[in-house]
Design a protein. Sequence first.
Length: 381
Amino acid sequence: MRRALIFGLILAALAAVGIFYLRESPVTVQVATVERQVPLRIYGLGTVEARILSKIGFESGGSLISLAADAGDRIMRGKEIAVLNAAVQQARVERARAALAANSAALAKAEALHVRIRAVLTQIQATNRRQQELVRQNVTSAQRAEEAQRDENVARADLAVAEAEVKVVQSQRVDVEAALRQEEAILGQFRLVAPYDATIIARHAEAGAVVKAGDPIFTLIDPLSIWVQIYVDEERAGRLALNQPATIRLRSQPQEEFKGKIARIGLESDRVNEERRIWISCEDCPQQLYLGEQADARILTAVRESALMVPEVAVSGFDGRRGRVWLVREGRLHETELTFGARDDRGRVEITGGLPEGALVVSALAPGLRAGRRAHAETRP
């Protein structure tokens, strides 16, 4: 019994010594060091998109009789790529042309009549002048002079009617020409042409199909308008600005990095995901890109000449500006509150204030951290 008691006391003493050693022995911690030329980057994930994308179709409905392009084709502006059956509209155009020809004939007839009546009026005016002169000389009767004046007045009225007829036919010509242009414009809607130099992404119909006005036949993009649309956390988006440089990686080519810069910053954030949309133009991306392909980007917002960076996971109670960290000061651990600034794409945050002189910031949390405990600091190579 006595031997068991002694043995128990020894075990208790050893346990106490072990606990004391574990609690009071120095703990080895990793600490952050000042770095030079620190790039501050923001990470974003998104997809390859096209700024200019169009779903094009006919302004009129009908049956497709031919398609001259397919998905993947490069087409030049003005190239005919699809045609509708236009037999009915062609007949309307011919009818409008016939109406224009009839108007031209009517105008020629009216102008000829106008010339004839003017010539008759000239002759009647001469006769009337002679009759009026004979009346003054008492050579002829006043009745004949009155009849001559009446004939001139009638001829003048006929000339006015002829002039009005010419104007009526001319005004009708304006209407007929406008009607012809309208029918020809509608006929042009039965041909689908490329609105710009483009690449065809998709073909939505085949020859023989009956389509309605506005139905998409092709989806086009301007290959020069390809860019990357990414989403950035609102917390990190405040330092973004136009033309900031970026590196882009594509899902299909993860080993390659391509250069780009911010071309547009969205003015509206996603209210659910709390993200901001950023569009990055690519300067040296491959010629063949695929819309919707996943891509990520790292945007360089600044370069610090020197900065003390600490992993965000080593900061407790971090609210985006302030948080608490463990320090090694005079060989012992202390916890204090610091202020922080910019973040980088490696999950680190810049310490900007509150650090006591000579103190080292613990960069990796470890078991056994306790205020006042002795600590041995080491830096990661």
